[in-house]
Design a protein around this ligand. Structure first.
Ligand SMILES: Cc1cc2nc3c(=O)[nH]c(=O)nc-3n(C[C@H](O)[C@H](O)[C@H](O)COP(=O)(O)OP(=O)(O)OC[C@H]3O[C@@H](n4cnc5c(N)ncnc54)[C@H](O)[C@@H]3O)c2cc1C
Length: 507
């Protein structure tokens, strides 16, 4: 018996592991629910809720083609061992997974067991991330080559293999606590297709301008990130849909074409970023735990103000834009890119907190938590990569720029509902209307200046440049330009032409 182990590819369409296994004979579709994974510090109930929607829909689809999804609860090695003792496993199929440190070690254990048991483990590429990549030149061409390949057809029949399936434990049984998540995101492929369609044909027209403001972003962004994180759609499916829309627009009537084409261009670039960031963690697993550039070690490690952290976590810092974003995130499980960057930057610079605890807190709040993107972004926003521009977001300016009327702030901070627009971004200037809303926990200007002095004293130190150069060669996007203060400019190499790398392009 072959086993197709579904991980973060919860679909039957454009699923290389499933398609390749189906060509080779009978197979058992398996999902392993690992309680220990769900007890890790970066996991939460909201992600589990989304997962259960996805599994229910996948099971329905699989049943229609002949075989239900077999769910097993337990440790992956134990589960596989048990299945092997009942129906000897000839091959295991799963997509190449780059997720958190825990899943990496689990895969190492599975690999050891597979080797001992003489089973073949096939791990086709899922989204263009290259394992054991030596350097970045040519990476974008490889990604485009993979995305431009035709979609793999969904398997239409699976011969039934009788097997018991476990019940999924409730979130409570897994120890996942309720966390005031009220505006839940729905999981499952039908919802993903509906979002893709509405984004490309209705909601997305103003994407380029509207993605930055939380007033508009909830509607104008695609909102597909959680679906990409759980794989209810493949990246290639999204890419193909976007390219089809681009062609339709090019061939269609001129009305509002420019705006739509600009939206499509911005969006398409971000799909590549998704994989670009994942590639960073694929190559550098320690990014989840340690500063990418060692020059920044011991910068924040010695101090951690627990009270400031608590105020940030609960949306009580006294800075309305920061608090409104945090409270929106707690309720909805999502916030747009610019506001994620502001939240991270406020914790790292203004509150001078080491990024690790804020990163875990945000991970637990994001339904779309994708460790590979998350830690790379957090480190960028904290200034510890050594290769990115330092961006210390002023939360008052972010509020004025992206919520000038205070619509979003009033929506999420009921205390400030009666505050005038004049004072909405600096409520402390009108204390009589603060209605219990806290005074700022730090002085913005002083904290920003202090953070800037500390971080630039390291950036400017030329002794760190050799390491910076190595990080640029290994990780930097070949289109990025370096900030002058941030070290050497990227090497001016032209990207090599795309050559197939062994094992990279299965189709
Ligand atoms: C501190 C911080 C943490 C983040 N953590 C995550 C995370 O855990 N999971 C996650 O998917 N994204 C993360 N992002 C990136 C980005 O904010 C989200 O991908 C985006 O907001 C998701 O919403 P959307 O699907 O509507 O995005 P859209 O704007 O519609 O973009 C489409 C897709 O492009 C990709 N994308 C967009 N922006 C980025 C980006 N800056 N970097 C990488 N990929 C991008 C995502 O896959 C996204 O679904 C983080 C950003 C920051 C600043």
């Amino acid at each position: 018996m072959q086993v197709v182990w579904f991980k973060r590819d919860l679909r039957i369409q454009d699923n290389a592991a499933l398609a390749m296994a189906a060509q080779n004979g009978d197979l058992l579709p398996l999902y392993i629910l690992e309680p220990v994974l769900w007890n890790q510090a970066d996991m939460n109930r909201r992600q589990y809720q989304f997962l259960t929607d996805c599994l229910a829909e996948l099971d329905q689809v699989l049943q229609k083609i002949g075989q239900r999804l077999i769910i097993k609860v337990g440790d992956a090695v134990d589960v596989l061992q048990q299945l092997d003792s009942i129906n000897s496993i000839t091959a295991l199929w799963s997509h190449q997974e780059t997720w958190n440190g825990w899943t990496y070690s689990r895969d190492q254990r599975v690999k050891a067991w597979i080797k001992k048991s003489n089973i073949l483990w096939h791990q086709p590429v899922q989204n263009g991330v290259i394992r054991h990549l030596k350097e970045r030149n040519g990476w974008a061409s490889h990604w485009h080559a993979l995305m431009n390949k035709p979609l793999l057809l969904a398997t239409d029949k699976i011969n039934k293999i009788e097997h018991d399936s476990d019940f999924l434990p409730s979130a409570k049984m897994l120890g996942l606590k309720d966390d005031n998540y009220t505006a839940c995101q729905q999981g499952g492929r039908s919802e993903a297709l509906s979002l893709l369609n509405s984004f490309l044909y209705q909601r997305g027209e103003g994407y380029t301008k509207e993605m930055s403001s939380p007033v508009t972003a909830f509607d104008s962004c695609s909102r597909l990130s959680s679906h990409l994180a759980f794989g209810t759609l493949s990246m290639r499916e999204v890419f193909h849909a976007v390219e089809q829309r681009r062609q339709e627009l090019k061939n269609g009537p001129p009305a509002s074409k420019r705006k739509w084409l600009s939206a499509i261009r911005s969006y398409s670039g971000r799909l590549r970023w998704h994989c670009h960031f994942i590639q960073k963690l694929e190559d550098e697993t320690c990014l989840e735990f340690e500063n990418l550039h060692s020059a920044y070690n011991n910068l924040r490690e010695q101090v951690f103000n627990a009270e400031h952290f608590e105020a940030w976590k609960t949306g009580l810092t006294g800075y309305p834009m920061v608090d409104a974003c945090m409270r929106a995130l707690i309720s909805t499980g999502w916030i747009n890119f610019r506001m994620r960057a502001m939240l991270a930057s406020f914790a790292s610079y203004h509150l001078w907190l080491h990024w690790r605890q804020p990163a875990l807190h945000l991970a637990r709040l994001f339904v779309d938590y994708e460790p590979r993107i998350h830690y790379a972004q957090i480190q960028m926003q904290s200034g510890t990569t050594g290769i990115n521009s330092i961006r210390i977001n002023n939360p008052i300016k972010q509020g004025i720029d992206h919520d000038p009327e205070g619509i979003f702030i009033r929506q999420w901070l009921p205390e400030l509902r009666n505050m005038s627009t004049k004072h909405i971004h600096k409520p402390w200037e009108c204390p009589s209307k603060m209605n219990g809303y806290p005074m700022p926990i730090i002085d913005e200007k002083t904290a920003r200046k202090s953070a800037s002095d500390k971080i630039y004293s390291i950036c400017k130190n030329t002794a760190h440049q050799p390491e910076t150069g190595q990080i640029v060669i290994k990780h930097a996007s070949r289109k990025s330009t370096m900030n002058k203060n941030n070290g050497p400019k990227k090497p001016k190499k032209t990207p090599a032409k795309a050559k197939p790398i062994q094992g990279e392009l299965p189709f």
